[in-house]
Design a protein around this ligand. Structure first.
Ligand SMILES: [Zn+2]
Length: 275
């Protein structure tokens, strides 16, 4: 009788050996959290794992480890592609910044955009900006919706130009760094139909008299498009060739203001201009 019990205990210890100890017991008790999320970026981690940065709708931006995600056969499939819209389950650890990702399920795929060089460059700009701008653990419903809307439109229309322009404009607006579009920031003169100037060294738009050499221009068409962006949803704006120059100028200004705020160059911006 005694012998049987000893054997049973041994068998139990063998089976659950790795779960012994106080730390493991705590981990077992910690419930998994679940959130709708957008995958922002992933990096290889060791031979088999991936480090994943994601924006959770209810958690804010988090970084976590997806164990085994680099193995040929893994449980994540295509859920960890850039800007994939997923449902994600993760466990928070007490002592580290990284969460442990348990599972991800695809809610919406952007396969066409992710597998096309030009379109994926557009997604990469959105991903880089979001990753740099969003503070960790801070919920941002407007940014969540903006990223999703822009990715959806790149996928749907097969064009990144208008969505990236809209994304850059709204990121600046939500960040609260959007300058006045109707008059000079230095002297207050209304621009009327004349172009306004900007550069990476200061925020604001400048009139002809206050403009410095080397400043880039934002013409009336681009400023009018900004007004449409402010009041209309991206999926209701049709991309006609007539708005392309304005969209390009506005995208340039938006990304420049983002760089000014971040105090660094965006790595993906150069790629965008070559596609
Ligand atoms: Zn002026």
């Amino acid at each position: 009788m005694v012998i049987t019990i000893v054997l049973r205990v041994r068998a139990f210890r063998t089976m659950y050996g790795s779960w012994s100890g106080a730390a493991s017991a705590r981990r077992l008790l910690m419930p998994a959290r679940e959130t709708e999320a957008i995958i922002l970026k992933t990096f290889p981690l060791g031979e088999a794992d991936r480090l994943v940065s994601f924006l959770g709708r209810s958690s804010g931006r988090l970084r976590g480890v997806a164990a085994g995600a680099r193995l040929l056969k893994n449980r994540y499939g295509s859920t960890l592609e850039v800007l994939s819209h997923v449902q994600i389950w993760y466990v928070e650890k007490e002592t580290r910044d990284l969460v442990r990702i348990q599972q991800a399920e695809l809610l919406e795929s952007f396969h066409k955009a992710q597998s096309d060089y030009g379109l994926s460059t557009g997604l990469a700009v959105i991903s880089e900006v979001s990753e740099l701008i969003l503070p960790e653990h801070e919920v941002s419903e407007p940014m969540f919706r903006l990223i999703l809307l822009a990715a959806r439109e790149i996928e749907r229309t097969g064009d990144w130009k208008l969505p990236v322009s809209y994304f850059a404009f709204w990121t600046v607006r939500l960040g609260g760094w959007l300058p006045r579009f109707d008059r000079c920031v230095a002297c207050g003169t209304p621009f009327g139909s004349k172009p306004a100037g900007y550069d990476a060294h200061q925020s604001g738009l400048f009139c002809e008299k206050c403009r410095r050499s080397g400043m880039k221009l934002l013409h009336l068409e681009a400023r009018n498009l900004a007004e449409r962006f402010a009041s209309e949803r991206l999926d209701r704006i049709e991309f006609a060739t007539s708005i392309e120059p304005g969209a390009r100028e506005l995208r340039g200004a938006g990304l420049t203001w983002i760089e000014h705020y971040l105090e660094r160059r965006l790595m993906t911006r150069e790629l965008l201009e070559t596609t």
